[in-house]
Design a protein around this ligand. Structure first.
Ligand SMILES: Nc1nc2c(ncn2[C@@H]2O[C@H](COP(=O)(O)OP(=O)(O)OP(=O)(O)O)[C@@H](O)[C@H]2O)c(=O)[nH]1
Ligand SMILES: [Mg+2]
Length: 184
């Protein structure tokens, strides 16, 4: 059984990709912004009712200055989590996703609107959701889509669960206790 998947975090700078991964791994939250240089790779363990799965998470740099090999990191990925915030560069992020899908046409995609603890972020999505066009826009082609907060841990594991259900084709997969292990 293949129980290991390569998952890329994509998004503009300061959208919370590294904060998200750190919180999953260590339950920590750091207010300070330290830009990612190139990429950092960390495996995480997901404990489910179907046993253990591993996501090898590739946390890429959003800042073009530190992009490193960029598309080189996307090769042979199984899935990506695409991070947006109200003020991030959506056009640029859409282009990154397009590039990702050119390289991995069959990969699974999930959209994250991060920093849900902030009122402006919540209002932004709520206003967008009023119109069908706005709704389509925030969901980007009907991919899975979640509002997430690292700070309050709101919906933290929903993107993982969504992706894992798609990748394993097990619609009733759920997480047990001790979802993550940072032992890896
Ligand atoms: N309020 C709030 N702030 C957050 C949240 N997640 C991240 N941040 C803050 O957003 C800033 C950027 O977070 P990072 O995780 O470093 O952003 P990044 O997407 O990895 O940035 P790059 O590595 O440059 O691509 C930091 O100051 C974090 O503390 C959140 O859920 N809520
Ligand atoms: Mg980062």
């Amino acid at each position: 059984m293949n129980n290991s998947y390569k998952v890329i975090l994509i998004g503009d700078k300061k959208t919370g990709k590294t904060a998200y991964l750190d919180n999953i791994r260590y339950s920590t939250y750091n207010n300070e912004y330290i830009p990612t240089m190139g990429v950092n790779v960390h495996p995480i363990s997901l404990n489910t009712n179907y046993g253990e799965y591993i996501f090898k998470i590739w946390d890429t740099a959003g800042d073009d200055k530190y992009g490193g090999m960029r598309e080189g990191y996307y090769i042979e990925a199984d899935a990506c989590i695409v991070f947006y915030t109200e003020n991030s560069d959506h056009v640029k992020t859409d282009k990154l996703l397009k590039k990702f899908l050119e390289i991995n046409p069959d990969a699974e995609v999930v959209i994250v609107w991060s920093k849900y603890d902030q009122e402006n972020e919540r209002n932004y999505i709520e206003n967008m959701s009023y119109t069908p066009a706005g709704y389509k826009y925030i969901r980007r082609n009907n991919y899975g889509c979640f509002q997430v907060s690292v700070l309050s841990r709101f919906n933290l594991f929903e993107p993982e669960k969504y992706l894992l259900r798609k990748l394993t084709k097990k619609v009733d997969l759920y997480f047990g206790d001790h979802i993550m292990s940072s032992k890896l």
